[in-house]
Write a protein that binds this ligand. Structure first.
Ligand code: FPP
Length: 229
């Protein structure tokens, strides 16, 4: 494996364990999401430093969308905070943001923040932070099938991939899940066909830069054959 392949180009991050982290501190779940957001900001910085080009963070799944209103409101407040205070710092470092998922059902102001967040991003960024919001792989695939059916010509794999939310983004090389569960939970299921998986028992707010580095180092030692011998 060449040096350039030792660093994953695209990392997916399932940020699980915020609720349990807060519960251990006798605090509401939103306290854990706030700590999780701060950790996510730190990890995006670390990923960029390590030469990762895309980091996709699973912030809200289609399933999470049915969580209690109070918890969702708390997450929306975090999005407002992030896009008011943090996104410009990312732009200044030459990084972009992108959103995948069905954001049309989110409160109008959040939807606008996300659209503007993408639009105001620097062109040809070295690093892109991708927010998966109201994202679910099954809905994404079904949506692509509907779009494909509406086209006249028969579609090949490249054409199908262009209909996914991730069009133009390389497949994830590495998916990290914190919080102890060992599953993908409807995250990038089409794109993760050959992703290496890394599971950690650490609750997301405690997932340090050092542990992220260990996940990247673990990746660098994996032999990826993509179905070949
Ligand atoms: C899963 O943990 C985590 C989420 C549903 C939300 C993750 C969101 C963040 C880390 C903040 C994202 C950043 C912005 C800008 C909003 P859980 O609550 O299911 O944890 P549990 O399994 O311990 O209950």
């Amino acid at each position: 494996m060449g040096e350039s392949q030792r660093t994953p180009r695209h990392v997916g991050l399932i940020m699980d364990g915020n609720g349990r982290w807060a519960k251990k501190r006798l605090m509401p779940r939103g306290y854990g999401h706030n700590a999780g957001m701060n950790r996510m900001i730190g990890l995006a910085e670390r990923a960029k430093e390590r030469g990762v080009q895309y980091l996709t963070v699973y912030t809200l799944s289609t399933e999470n969308f049915s969580r209690p209103k109070e918890e969702l409101e708390g997450l929306y407040a975090l999005f407002r905070k992030y896009f008011a205070e943090n996104v410009k710092k990312l732009y200044k470092k030459g990084a972009a943001v992108k959103v995948i998922g069905d954001i049309s059902v989110l409160p109008q102001d959040i939807c606008q923040l996300l659209v503007d967040g993408e639009k105001n991003s620097p062109q040809s960024a070295e690093f892109t932070l991708i927010f998966a919001i109201n994202y679910g792989a099954r809905s994404e695939i079904l949506r692509a099938v509907r779009l494909a059916k509406a086209q006249k010509e028969e579609i090949d794999a490249d054409g199908f991939e262009r209909l996914l939310y991730t069009s133009g983004i390389p497949d994830p090389d590495l998916i990290i899940r914190t919080g102890g569960e060992k599953r993908l939970s409807n995250f990038l299921m089409y794109q993760a066909a050959y992703a290496e998986l890394y599971f950690s028992d650490t609750l997301f707010p405690d997932f340090s830069d050092g542990e992220f580095d260990r996940a990247l180092d673990d990746f660098s030692h994996r032999e990826r054959r993509f179905g070949n011998v």
